[in-house]
Design a protein around this ligand. Structure first.
Ligand SMILES: Cc1cc2nc3c(=O)[nH]c(=O)nc-3n(C[C@H](O)[C@H](O)[C@H](O)COP(=O)(O)OP(=O)(O)OC[C@H]3O[C@@H](n4cnc5c(N)ncnc54)[C@H](O)[C@@H]3O)c2cc1C
Length: 292
């Protein structure tokens, strides 16, 4: 099925207007941002909204703002904007690592961070990035806004805390001194979804030990962070031995399924290997390991 079912279309001009439209058009209304996930779903008849509410004119949702100890990213910010932002690359290199391997320029020019998190595809890269960075998600409804952390926002495959009548307006990333991060993905061909991917963030103390760590995996059946894998790093100096322990534990925490992208053993091997690599890269970026 390559043609969507009939639907009506309306453009929102502000957040308030989008929320009004969501309310007035009821259960069968859906927000469209980049459309790179929703439209394929509609063509496959996996989604059949009666109304599409287009938020592409809502300029207040498109911004990248450094605000004290956090970076605020509007939900309508495109992949391409994230990738070209010098500020994001400096504060959160993991975002650039991930964006370089998300789809292709056509998708990146249109697709948004709000749509990516809103779609909550199990192979979607920015959810892992936001998990690892301890992001908060701002959700608006007609009564006001609420802020949820990623553990609360991401409820599982294709399911989030954003209700049908609500809108994701902003993603907030905490800026932490001594933090470094990295993301690496294995894909079958350039621009494809992940066979597996890993992301890591390290915060180093003044004495060079790891004060905080977070590890996330993409497309291998881990919801949220690999908490036990990250725990073995705390209080240690960065190094191959503890990275190997963390990689093994991250692979054990994963729960991949066999599909066209590979068998379970291969994906688990990737979870292990990619975890070690992103920890190595993050530690190198933090200045704790020599760049080789
Ligand atoms: C060929 C192709 C390859 C791709 N490869 C990758 C890849 O390798 N890695 C990857 O991570 N992604 C990949 N994507 C997905 C891409 O990143 C999309 O841009 C993203 O999934 C959805 O963003 P969007 O803005 O297009 O969302 P849309 O399709 O517009 O919306 C997706 C969902 O989110 C909801 N939504 C959108 N914005 C909001 C909001 N502000 N508040 C509440 N709900 C909202 C919509 O109602 C819909 O349910 C690929 C897509 C394509 C077409």
């Amino acid at each position: 099925m390559q043609v969507p079912a009939p639907f009506d279309y309306v453009r929102a001009t502000s957040v308030e207007h989008a929320l009004e439209l969501l309310d007035s058009h009821g259960e069968e209304a859906r927000i469209i941002a980049g459309g790179h996930s929703l439209l394929p779903m509609m063509k496959l008849r996996l989604a059949r909204p009666d109304w599409i509410i287009d938020i592409n004119d809502v300029a207040e949702l498109d911004h990248v703002t450094e605000d004290g100890d956090r970076l605020r990213i509007g939900a309508l910010t495109r992949h391409a904007t994230l990738l070209s932002s010098e500020l994001i690359g400096r504060l959160f290199p993991i975002v650039h690592d991930a964006e370089r391997v998300i789809a292709d320029p056509v998708v990146r020019n249109r697709g948004t961070i709000g749509g990516s998190l809103g779609q909550a595809d199990p192979a979607e890269d920015l959810t892992t990035v936001c998990d690892v960075l301890g992001a908060e998600v701002v959700i608006a409804n007609r009564s006001g806004t609420r802020v949820v952390d990623m553990a609360e926002f991401h409820r599982g495959p294709y399911e989030t805390a954003c209700a049908q009548h609500e809108l994701v307006t902003e993603i907030r990333l905490p800026i932490r001194a001594g933090q470094a991060s990295a993301y690496e993905k294995v894909e079958r061909r350039v621009g494809d979804w992940a066979v597996a991917a890993a992301g890591a963030s390290l915060v180093l103390a003044d004495d060079g030990t790891i004060a905080d760590a977070a590890i996330g995996l993409t497309a291998v059946g881990l919801e949220g962070l690999a908490v036990e894998a990250a725990a073995v790093l705390i209080g240690q100096l960065p190094g191959e031995e503890i990275f190997a322990d963390a990689g093994r534990l991250a692979a054990e925490a994963s729960s991949p399924v066999e599909d066209g992208r590979g068998p379970v053993d291969y994906k688990r091997h990737l979870a292990d290997e990619l975890t070690r690599r992103v920890l190595r890269t993050a530690a190198t970026r933090a200045g704790a390991l020599a760049d080789v």
